[in-house]
Design a protein around this ligand. Structure first.
Ligand code: SF4
Ligand code: SF4
Length: 187
């Protein structure tokens, strides 16, 4: 009986001790510190969270979050889609009949991006697509606080072509190929 009572008191003391320790530590909120500071993790004092979104903890420069594509700099080479391990990049290219223009790094553009969708619900943020891109137009941004009511809202569309433009470019290419074939058949 005596042993049991002693054990009950010891257990209660242990629990209360932990509660009071947390209560004492909670006097101080977590400070917003720059992650680049030395001993960042050792400097994290206080057990209460920061007042997000009024306060936000800085994120590392190399952090991987929302993908972005500067479509004007994309040569529609499809390398990013081929590198993606989960097939969440969906690209549809239409051949141009002549060079369309140049990207900011001087690469010649010869394909139209009729479709350039990234399903961020499937993305595992590996960053492989950003590594293989020859024009560095697909990048990881620092945008991480997104929420949507439906998974389908996480499909980001980067193509800027309208349905009418897509149809026109397809017809243009079909005409060009037909003319080429006809020219080949001429004696
Ligand atoms: S980060 Fe990885 S998973 Fe996400 S789109 Fe790029 S290659 Fe695919
Ligand atoms: S790898 Fe870069 S240039 Fe090629 S399709 Fe993807 S985003 Fe465009």
């Amino acid at each position: 009986m005596f042993k049991k009572t002693l054990h009950a008191f010891a257990t209660a003391w242990k629990g209360l001790n932990l509660t009071f320790r947390h209560l004492f530590a909670a006097r101080k909120a977590r400070e917003v510190l720059d992650i680049k500071q030395e001993n960042y993790f050792e400097k994290q004092e206080g057990v209460t969270t920061i007042q997000y979104p009024r306060q936000a903890i800085p994120i590392p420069e190399v952090a991987r979050y929302q993908l972005d594509v500067v479509i004007d700099d994309c040569i529609v080479c499809d390398l990013c889609a081929k590198a993606c391990p989960v097939d969440c990049i969906d690209i549809e290219a239409i051949k141009a009949t002549e060079a369309i223009g140049k990207t900011s790094d001087g690469s010649v553009k010869r394909l139209y991006a009729a479709k350039f969708d990234i399903d961020m619900a499937k993305c595992m943020y590996c960053g492989l697509c950003t590594v293989v891109c020859p024009t560095e137009c697909i990048t990881m941004t620092d945008n991480y606080d997104r929420s949507f009511p439906a998974l389908t809202d996480l499909v980001y569309q980067f193509s800027e072509m309208t349905e009418k433009e897509i149809e026109e470019k397809r017809a243009e290419l079909a005409r060009f190929q037909a003319e080429k074939e006809a020219a080949k058949r001429k004696p």
